[in-house]
Design a binder for this molecule. Structure first.
Ligand code: COA
Length: 196
């Protein structure tokens, strides 16, 4: 990994990354992204609060079964017009952000950020922020006022979203909650300050 290099950020910016939408037959490529991570601890939701528990864990890659679980969900999302935004370094897919077009929330004011991943070798170079800002822009284009985020409960991920202005969703969507009950379900108000 190159996380320690002081020149890493500059190298990433100098590199020609290509951003483009993924076609339906490219959805399987999402699992080529290196999702592995050293995790320092985990968040749980306790009532209206987030509780942090240090518990170091080395995640080797995608959890078993996730591909099978999410393949039909992502295919359906793509078929109804979901936004699948990939970042490529040459032919290599190194980041992805997905926003579902399906309205959520009592007034249909929310859209879900379905996926946000940056390949391990490319993290901490502002690509996550760039993908999040692009997802926010897409949700706004659909007229959404909030982005719904079902976040992996790991320390780094929850902190990443909270730094982007996300807060605990007091009323998680029942279907999304049933799908990922251990996730931290967050909302982000699409004001004027989401890194744009
Ligand atoms: C969460 C994730 C998308 C962030 O992407 P990224 O490209 O590393 O993030 P950025 O470089 O844009 O950094 C965003 C912030 O995180 C901080 N950060 C990134 N990597 C960090 C690290 N290893 N240690 C400490 N802080 C880190 C940055 O300093 C920056 O801080 P700021 O908000 O104060 O400016 C990425 O780490 C990832 O894919 N994680 C694993 C998969 C995952 O959990 N995805 C979300 C599924 S819901």
């Amino acid at each position: 990994m190159g996380e320690e290099s002081p020149y890493r950020r500059e190298r990433l910016f100098m590199r020609q990354l290509i951003a483009r939408e993924l076609s339906a037959d490219e959805l399987d490529r999402i699992w080529e992204i290196d999702r592995s991570e050293e995790i320092g601890g985990w968040y749980t939701v306790q009532g209206a609060d987030l509780h942090y528990q240090p518990e170091p864990q080395s995640l080797g890659g995608w959890p078993s079964g996730i591909r099978e679980k999410y393949a039909p969900i992502l295919a359906a999302c793509h078929a109804r017009g979901g936004w699948f935004h990939g970042l490529f370094d040459g032919d290599r897919l190194i980041g992805v952000a997905v926003v579902d077009s399906k309205p959520l929330g009592e007034q249909g004011q929310q859209r879900q950020l379905k996926l946000l991943y940056v390949d391990r070798a490319y993290r901490n170079g502002a690509l996550g922020k760039r993908l999040f800002a692009a997802a926010v822009a897409q949700a706004r284009r659909w007229g959404a006022r909030q982005l719904y985020v079902s976040s992996t409960p790991s320390e780094s991920t929850v902190r990443f979203y909270r730094r982007r202005g996300c807060y605990l969703n007091p009323e998680p969507d029942p279907e999304l909650y049933a799908l990922e009950p251990r996730d931290v379900h967050l909302l982000c108000d699409l004001g004027l300050s989401n890194d744009e």
